[in-house]
Design a protein. Structure first.
Length: 224
């Protein structure tokens, strides 16, 4: 990837989800998804989305491939693989061998709206997976890959390949490519202001005074 792509990802990695969520609130943007847990790995992940959509029926025409393998081979250290399996069928949309393949390629992690299996293996590999469901059931005979690098839906948010992804133990955020610069600038400003507030608290300023004079204005543009 070019430096133009890597630079926003590097900045995003330094921010927590809540600060970015506050920035998106200030800017009037949607992209937050709650209710997903980090089931393996540790720490936040950030990158650009490589997407994979699963469902019922027949796979697309062409040579047969195991679901998820195209996404793994298309992804690298600056990517998060984002999987949709909303068929309503209890069947894994991600599993142990896919986790190993992604780990070998240095992929940042996986976000899945749908059942994930082999979580214990992912724990052994230390590979970050965020999902809203787990299962023991195989995808074989139940669901198939419908598309790689097309639009997917995670929670209530439609995700497009190349969108920016940030996930930690609070939530997941998706940011459109056109919005990333203003979101990063705003989130970094919020983080700096919160750091100054924390410094005041540590210096003995009453917390009611610190939060009363600053916190309620954090989401207003320029703090006004």
């Amino acid at each position: 990837m070019s430096s133009e792509v890597e630079f926003p990802v590097a900045r995003l990695r330094k921010l927590d989800v809540c600060a970015v969520s506050d920035a998106m609130d200030r800017l009037g943007l949607a992209g937050q998804v709650t209710g997903f847990s980090q089931r393996s790995g540790s720490g936040r992940i950030a990158g650009r989305a490589v997407t994979c959509r699963l469902g019922t029926g027949s796979p697309p025409p062409g040579p047969p491939r195991h679901l998820g393998t195209t996404a793994v081979e298309a992804a690298g250290p600056d990517n998060v693989i984002v999987v949709e399996q909303r068929a309503g069928i209890d069947a894994g949309c991600w599993g142990g061998l896919l986790t190993l393949g992604a780990k070998v390629r240095g992929v940042a992690g996986v976000v899945a709206d749908g059942p994930v299996r082999d979580i214990d293996e992912a724990e052994v590999y230390g590979f970050p997976i965020f999902t809203n469901q787990t299962t023991c059931f195989t995808a074989r005979g139940r669901v198939v890959e419908k598309e790689t690098n097309g639009p997917v839906t995670i929670g209530t948010i439609q995700v497009t390949p190349g969108d920016f992804v940030l996930a930690d133990q609070s939530a997941i955020i998706f940011i459109r490519q056109d919005d990333i610069d203003q979101v990063l600038d705003t989130a970094e400003e919020i983080v700096a202001r919160e750091a100054a507030m924390a410094k005041s608290i540590l210096a003995g300023v009453p917390i009611s005074e610190v939060m009363g004079r600053a916190y309620e204005h954090m989401l207003q543009r320029n703090g006004t």
